[in-house]
Design a protein around this ligand. Sequence first.
Ligand code: SAM
Length: 237
Amino acid sequence: MQKQEKIINMFNEISSTYDLLNRLLSFGIDKRWRQKACKKCFSLYEPKITKIIDVACGTGDMLYFWDEASKKLNKPVKEYLGVDPSVGMLAVAKEKIKFAKFIEGTATALPAKDNSADFVSISYGIRNVVARQDAWKEFYRVLKPGGLLVVLEFTKPEKENVFGQFTKWYMQKMIPFIGKIISKHSDAYTYLPDSIKAFETTKSLKEEMQSAGFKEEFIKGYSFEISTLFIMRKPKA
Ligand SMILES: C[S@@+](CC[C@H](N)C(=O)[O-])C[C@H]1O[C@@H](n2cnc3c(N)ncnc32)[C@H](O)[C@@H]1O
């Protein structure tokens, strides 16, 4: 089986316990990371918003926070679309989120027209996309000129901070231990720290997006750089 197919199968297998483990393992902090991303993004965008596409939408959490921020900030959004290749994750999303349309698909072939989205978001998803360079091209294609790409991700630390040792222990020992007990999946929660270790740094990921044509708008690490928010703009001309 190909690497990408294996990853998607793994998400199918853990979809029923995914939300519970997400909240538990992040002590609920992921909610704050998502809220900050949505709020910042709305503050950087003036035009009326017709469409937000959440790629690798999983169980739909990011869409929930897009809608929450849109209502709080009085910035109406006409249409929400969630895209994910895992039917298991999408089934949970469809139960939870009634205001969005969901389509089974991958980051490299989005079911959307050129220049049609105001925001494209991908939260904790780009690490799982094997053909990442093709995904950047696809995000660029579907975004309107001036539109924003919003990436939330666990990047590899550039250098260790004071909490480095604790974070390492928590990621490499505790997450696989708790993850295995609850999800009953033998290696899904070993994949998480392993995939972060094999992933890019904040700097290298930013450079990839810049090479794909995006301009840096806002980049910030949260909670001792555990989670990083990237907001990149597709230039107008
Ligand atoms: C860690 S989950 C994140 C889900 C959600 N965005 C969140 O923040 O909770 C990663 C998601 O990426 C999806 N995924 C894996 N490969 C993908 C691909 N090539 N294109 C789009 N999504 C993909 C998985 O099915 C899974 O739902």
